[in-house]
Design a protein around this ligand. Structure first.
Ligand SMILES: [Zn+2]
Length: 62
């Protein structure tokens, strides 16, 4: 299972939405999460999106 969580951007500044694997409690891009953050953003973490697409493709071909 995966969920979206706001965290610090992997590159640049400001918050972005990261993809988090629930069973690992880590973002797909490797950035630590900001616990308890109340930031809001419309931006998504590009490395997380790329990694998420990859794992979804792997899942669909198995
Ligand atoms: Zn990320």
């Amino acid at each position: 299972m995966y969920e979206m969580q706001i965290g610090e951007a992997a590159a640049g500044s400001g918050p972005v939405w990261h993809v988090v694997a629930r069973d690992h409690r880590a973002t797909l891009c490797g950035r630590p999460l900001q616990p308890g953050g109340n930031a809001e953003t419309d931006r998504h973490c590009a490395p997380c999106m790329t990694a998420f697409q990859y794992v979804m493709q792997q899942a669909s071909t198995e």
